[in-house]
Design a protein around this ligand. Sequence first.
Ligand code: GLU
Length: 306
Amino acid sequence: MSAAPTSPGAGRYAPSPSGDLHLGNLRTAILAWVLARRTGRAFHLRVEDLDRVREGSVPRQLEDLAALGLDWDGEVVRQSERGAAYEQAIARLEAQSLVFECYCTRREILEAPSAPHAPPGAYPGTCRNLSPATREQGRQRMRELRREPALRLRAEAPEWQVHDLWAGEVTGTVDDLVLRRGDGVVAYNLAVVVDDAAAGVDQVVRADDLLSSAPRQACLAHLLGLPEPGYAHVPLAVNSDGARLAKRDGAVTLRDRYAQGESVAEVVGRIGHSLGLADCRTAADVLERWDPATLPREPWTVQLPG
Ligand code: GLU
């Protein structure tokens, strides 16, 4: 949709099509686009439709992003069409003996005593080193439950460090994360790593609820022999109670704002205001005037009239 980038690398925005994008999503999308275009990168859109898809929400999201003034390069990628690439990545990890089958149910993981210092609900390593006989019992049990074993990463680096534009160096624990779930669906952490690398994405911009996932994703990229991207995690949008913004908070989507009599320029104006900029009307105004160093580091409290 736009001229070829002047330098290699790409940014992206990767919404889940679970409904219309709200103001916080739209703000993150604008910032992802601005950071990519500012640095001469390509900008890609990816639909993360492995899970929760609301009928009709993909075209609505794309229409809303275009209405803000965003453009993107190449075809929109859909994760539901990328199964072969994910299986190749799993095979590559398997070839390095970095994958094991896990027969645990969610409840068993929650109820198992966890390792000291592990976060609550962390995988306790139950199936990591089973004898062949116990493994066979696990497989038998899965057949009875009519489930596939989940596939997990045999994590070898307990900690990994990434660089975030605003948070700086961020270190996180890499656990035996799920690569493919028991229902056969590839896990988000694997899909995101494979897709970003395939699209040449070296700048990951998204909401900061995913900051803690960045070290495990970067480590996974490393284990797959893929380049590790840089990160820029944008603070979440919250309601007046400080809770994460949600549809139930009122007229929070672009179409809701239209129904309240606002124009897209006014909605971009709100987003610009949250960034300390007066009178922005399109994403191009943000591109021209916003200084990333000034991003407020606290959540954006969305206050709407009425
Ligand atoms: N699909 C995720 C979301 O909508 C974003 C994932 C990512 O950007 O890595 O929250």
